[in-house]
Design a protein around this ligand. Structure first.
Ligand SMILES: [Zn+2]
Length: 270
């Protein structure tokens, strides 16, 4: 808690802090009852939005639309599990990649889940993949990394954000092991979904994950480039099943962590 008050408060939005902090500044952790695992706060990040449409299927289905529908379905399922979802975008708005992790950090989210659809030139490609951050090139297809990172600069260049962006750049590094565990649990559940072929957990240098000061994953849900999967992605019942699988993966991770899933104060890792 000392780190949170001395390190984070000066860097994050002071205006937002009293609304999102679980422990009021100045109070010791001992004075607070343990936060029940069932009230974990999950940042739900619908990929793309606004002018950024993401990938497009043969019949015209847009990734940004499906990602938002999936985010809404996931939030509903998370609430049923007793968790608290927070959106980076609850509607068709464009949010820059770095701002998404920042929003999650400022909301005090315990976990971060970014939702996307996969696309490939290989027409028959199918199934879902869960990624966590790679500090190097990782093992994702270059076309997927390019599609998700877009033409954005690596980091915001504004002078005011220099100290904050250094911290953000290091933030996810402290959570890579936990992020991998979360990715594995979600992948297991998605593999159990009928008709989705196992593709395995992968690592990629996704910008949206870099600044997250909590375990963070990016889910590539089915292939919008595959006409058969595009048709399924139009079905609300299918999206509910995907949301259910992701929520079960989150719950499995939380249970595995035995109540120790907590957002810790971001601290530089050397
Ligand atoms: Zn995407």
């Amino acid at each position: 808690m000392r780190l949170r008050s001395t390190l984070l408060v000066p860097l994050l939005s002071l205006a937002a802090w009293p609304l999102v902090s679980q422990v009021p500044a100045g109070e010791s952790a001992q004075a607070q009852p343990a936060r029940p695992a069932s009230r974990l706060k999950i940042a739900v990040d619908a990929g793309h939005g606004g002018d950024d449409r993401g990938a497009k299927g043969k019949s015209g289905l847009l990734e940004k639309e499906v990602a938002l529908r999936l985010a809404l379905a996931l939030a509903e399922r998370l609430r049923e599990f007793g968790y608290e979802p927070v959106f980076t975008r609850p509607d068709d708005t464009f949010i820059p990649l770095w701002d998404r992790a920042k929003l999650a950090n400022e909301a005090g989210a315990d976990l971060f889940v970014s939702l996307h659809l996969n696309a490939s030139r290989a027409r028959g490609a199918k199934g879902s993949e869960v990624y966590f951050l790679s500090l190097g090139e990782g093992n994702a297809d270059a076309e997927i990394v390019a599609a998700e990172n877009g033409p954005e600069p690596e980091k915001p260049a504004d002078a005011d954000g220099v100290v904050a962006s250094i911290l953000e750049d290091l933030a996810q590094k402290a959570y890579l092991q936990d992020s991998e565990k979360l990715a594995v649990e979600i992948q297991i559940q998605l593999n159990l979904l009928g008709g989705i072929k196992e593709r395995g957990v992968k690592q990629a240098p996704f910008v949206v994950l870099k600044g997250a000061a909590m375990p963070a994953v990016l889910v590539e849900t089915a292939f919008i480039s595959n006409p058969k999967e595009e048709a399924r992605l139009k079905d609300p019942a299918f999206l509910r099943r995907v949301a259910d699988s992701i929520a079960k993966g989150i719950r499995a991770y939380a249970l595995e962590a035995n109540g120790t899933v907590r957002r810790r104060a971001a601290q530089p890792v050397r």
